[in-house]
Design a protein around this ligand. Structure first.
Ligand code: AMP
Length: 357
């Protein structure tokens, strides 16, 4: 594996048995562990999770594994970015910063398993009806992201459960950016009595508001400029809520108006200059029940606050020019972006606590 041969200040393990032995020795020294599961292609969002873990634990472990079972059969598993050498260098640099800044914890290790190691009985498949041992969290796993990506949450819950069983960490860290994933993992940990606390860290963003994501690399210059449409829509709805609007329909309308006006501007451009956006969903969830408002006009419970969330698709460029800067894959694939905002009070925090009480 490229990048593994270079020496680092943390340990790198590929085998579950090695990791277990190490974990046991750390535990016997009375040290606490925080785990940050990732698929690599690390950016500042991932690094913020690692920093948080280093505030609260003696040892921080990061797993880097592109989990095949959470990719649908037509998704980007084969092209998903895997810059392992850069990732390890980023971790090394961050470890240095943490020591310099006097953090409680240190980055002790990185887990880089093979698929054979993670799925020991059979090669995994993304088919909905495949054989194998999986974790399903229902119905949370089949709404919103799960509706668009049917096997996604089965894959996520399964790989996270495997990682939690391997590490048995006191704490795990997830990003608010993937809020449904966060809530689902929290529910799984609660329901399956996993002795781990699920923690979350706010979304890291580019200066213009775009949520950092390993997939942003697929956006070329043209689609990147328009990609802020989702956060702009969410912020418009948030603004309306802050101004006193309680109707879910009206809040969503404020967001939809933003999308419609950006779409209109783009439609007015020639094919060689425009980007085409499709909204997958724009919705509001109650953070306690995780239900969407059923009837039009239903009001937000101001004691709970709410989760405003959305997903958009940026379609392939219709007419890419040789002069423009194209994204990874040449702007030929659909790029799906997700984002969310928490409306005050951020009862998600309360809901997370409740599930683990
Ligand atoms: P991934 O590598 O995409 O599976 O993400 C690994 C973890 O990083 C997940 O818990 C994500 O929610 C989190 N994460 C991804 N992007 C961000 C972001 N922009 N801000 C905060 N956390 C993030």
């Amino acid at each position: 594996m490229k990048g593994l041969t270079i020496s680092h200040s943390f340990e790198k393990f590929e085998a579950v048995s090695q990791l277990r032995a190490k974990r046991r020795s750390l535990l016997l020294q009375g040290r606490t562990m925080g785990l940050v599961p990732t698929m690599g292609a690390l950016h500042d969002g991932h690094l913020s999770l690692i920093r948080k873990a280093a505030e609260e634990n003696d040892d921080v472990w990061i797993s880097i594994y592109v989990n095949p079972t959470q990719f649908g059969q037509n998704e980007d598993l084969s092209t998903y970015p895997r810059p392992l050498k850069d990732d390890l260098q980023k971790i090394e640099n961050l470890g240095h910063d943490l020591r310099r800044d006097g953090y409680k914890g240190e980055i002790t290790g990185v887990f880089l398993p093979s698929t054979q190691e993670i799925y020991p009985s059979a090669p995994p498949s993304s088919a909905a009806d495949t054989a194998g041992t999986f974790v399903n969290v229902s119905p949370l796993g089949s709404i919103l992201e799960g509706a668009s990506r049917p096997v996604f949450f089965r894959g996520v819950a399964t790989v996270c459960m495997k990682l939690f069983n391997i590490f048995q960490p006191e704490n795990v860290y997830f990003g608010q950016k993937d809020i449904q994933q966060l809530m689902l993992i929290n529910r799984m940990v609660h329901d399956l009595h996993v002795d781990t606390k699920v923690n979350f860290v706010p979304t890291s963003r580019e200066p213009d508001g775009l949520a950092l994501s390993s997939r942003n690399i697929y956006l070329g210059e043209r689609r990147r400029k328009v990609a802020t449409v989702l956060i702009q829509a969410l912020r418009a709805a948030e603004e309306a809520y802050k101004e006193g609007e309680d109707s879910a329909q009206q809040l969503l309308q404020a967001g939809e108006d933003i999308v419609a006006s950006i779409q209109k501007q783009q439609d007015a451009l020639p094919r060689s200059e425009r980007a085409v956006i499709e909204v997958d969903y724009l919705t509001i969830l109650d953070p306690i029940s995780l239900e969407t408002p059923k009837s039009v006009g239903q009001t937000i419970n101001r004691q709970h606050g709410a989760i405003l969330c959305g997903a958009i698709k940026m379609l392939p460029l219709e007419d890419p020019s040789s002069e423009e800067q194209l994204g990874l894959g040449g702007d030929k694939g659909v790029v799906r972006l997700i984002d969310n905002l928490l409306l005050e009070p951020k009862a998600v925090v309360l809901a997370m606590r409740k599930a683990t009480e």
